[in-house]
Design a binder for this molecule. Structure first.
Ligand code: UD1
Length: 430
């Protein structure tokens, strides 16, 4: 089983290039099947989640050609099946974006019902509410969500919770519904805006993405397009916090600083320097870290996907910090692993009370999910001694070449597959 072996203690210094946004890519790849013409998508991150979604698309007859590592050409004129199998949904929840895409284009789709996951219950009632409001019949049978209709009709839809997934799924279906749809209380995340821009580049008529109210005038067909995915806000934020935690100096390149505002604000609050330029952010951590309070919120609030990374930083800060998780109910599982590295954190419900310690110590730990896994790697980079991270398949779901990018910043980290390779790493780093 592959692991990351880390010898902590080196400040991260240098420049790192951020890839395309995984969560935008998942929505845009799915939406690309909504036309019979060819679509070219650039800046697709080469990570497990996007690759599994591409396989799910190929399983129903979509032709996907990789032009290079980050560019794909998609042609969906020969789709022969409207059912997405369980295997794909088990590997990657966001395969359910094919529900909105297929329903919009073919007025019928069957996708296996996603189960819970490591960060808690993940209901899809708002997706279903949206599809029904557009006139689709939706039923759940034999573990499948089956949705079909003769015709989709635009409607006024109020989402009871701010949901990225529901906003995206409903936006795709409504793009090809007859008439006007309004989505109220829509999610405003950068990848919601990126999907709207992509759909508009295919001939859709979507206005207001990035605000609470999205207005869509349905069109009967979409055409081919060439599109470049936005940079990954969370990958960027992860490297920004890696700089903070290792007392480093990192220039995070190819980003949209506006998307990183809540992350930059918290880094400034805990005493880091943050310099923004047009498409880069530099984080310098020359002083001891200070404490702060954080509550995760929908965009433009502090992202839940950055919660484990900021907890790792606050665990090393002076004083007591309180972090409240308001999006997912079970997102502090990794705290047990961090405690094994010496952190002093008490979790009560959806709140973590963090008393900063002066250092972490290396340990054998397990990545419980994607973002917590990345956060534990950062903890290992700052820790005294050696940390071995298991289950790195979770981290590889969303970070391309994570260990190589960290190495280029001076981190001592290697991917190892056997006990022998681990021993070799230990001998090498001393
Ligand atoms: C997306 C992101 C994920 C991020 C999350 C919150 C993708 C592929 N994933 O997940 O990385 O952590 O946004 O920013 O983009 N909810 C309901 N009913 C629904 C749908 C959601 O109650 O029908 C609740 C969820 O349980 C959660 C909250 O709404 O408490 C937000 O979830 P949502 O925004 O839908 O998250 P995802 O789209 O699954």
């Amino acid at each position: 089983m592959e692991q990351y072996a880390i010898k902590g203690g080196n400040p991260l210094v240098g420049e790192v290039e951020i890839g395309g946004a995984k969560n935008a890519a998942l929505a845009i790849l799915a939406a690309a099947i909504m036309t019979d013409e060819t679509v070219l998508i650039e800046n697709v991150p080469d990570v497990r989640d996007t690759n599994v979604l591409i396989q799910a698309m190929e399983s129903i007859g979509v032709i996907v050609n990789r032009i290079d590592r980050h560019t794909v050409k998609i042609n969906a004129s020969h789709i022969h099946d409207l059912t997405i199998e369980d295997d794909y949904i088990k590997k990657i929840r966001a395969s359910y974006y094919l529900l909105g895409a297929l329903l919009g284009k073919y007025k019928k789709a069957e996708v296996s019902l996603p189960g819970g996951c490591n960060i808690g219950l993940r209901p899809i009632d708002q997706h279903i509410k949206g599809f029904r409001a557009l006139g689709a019949n939706v039923r759940i049978e034999h573990g499948l969500i089956i949705t079909e209709t003769e015709e989709l009709k635009g409607n006024h839809i109020y989402l009871d919770v701010v949901s990225v997934g529901a906003t995206i799924n409903v936006m795709m279906a409504a793009a090809m519904a007859a008439g006007k749809t309004t989505i109220e209380n829509a999610a405003k995340e950068p990848h919601v805006v990126d999907l709207a821009n992509f759909l508009n580049s295919m001939g859709a008529d979507i206005k207001g993405a990035g605000t609470d109210v999205i207005r869509i005038k349905g069109v009967s067909r979409l055409h081919g397009s060439e599109y470049t995915i936005i940079p990954d806000q969370i990958e960027a934020g992860t490297f920004m916090f890696a700089a903070a935690v290792t007392k480093g100096d990192v220039m995070v390149k190819n980003v949209i600083p506006k998307h990183l505002e809540s992350i930059s604000a918290k880094l400034l609050e805990i005493g880091c320097e943050v310099e923004e330029s047009d498409d880069a952010v530099r984080v310098v951590a020359s002083k001891p870290l200070g404490h702060t309070h954080v509550k995760t919120l929908p965009y433009p609030g502090f992202p839940t996907d950055m919660q484990p990374q900021i907890v790792v930083a606050l665990g090393l800060s002076q004083g007591t910090s309180i972090v409240t998780e308001s999006i997912f109910e079970n997102r502090f599982k990794y705290v047990d692993e961090l405690t094994r590295m010496g952190a002093n954190i008490k979790v009560e419900g959806n709140t973590a009370i963090i008393d900063g310690v002066t250092r972490y110590t290396g340990a054998g730990i397990t990545a419980p999910d994607l973002r917590a896994g990345a956060a534990l790697v950062i903890a290992g980079l700052s820790a005294e001694g050696i940390t071995v991270v298991d289950d790195i398949k979770f981290i590889e779901r969303g970070y391309e070449d994570f260990h190589l990018k960290l190495q280029s910043l001076g981190a001592q980290i290697e991917k190892v597959d056997t006990e022998r390779e681990l021993q070799k790493f230990k001998l090498k780093v001393g």
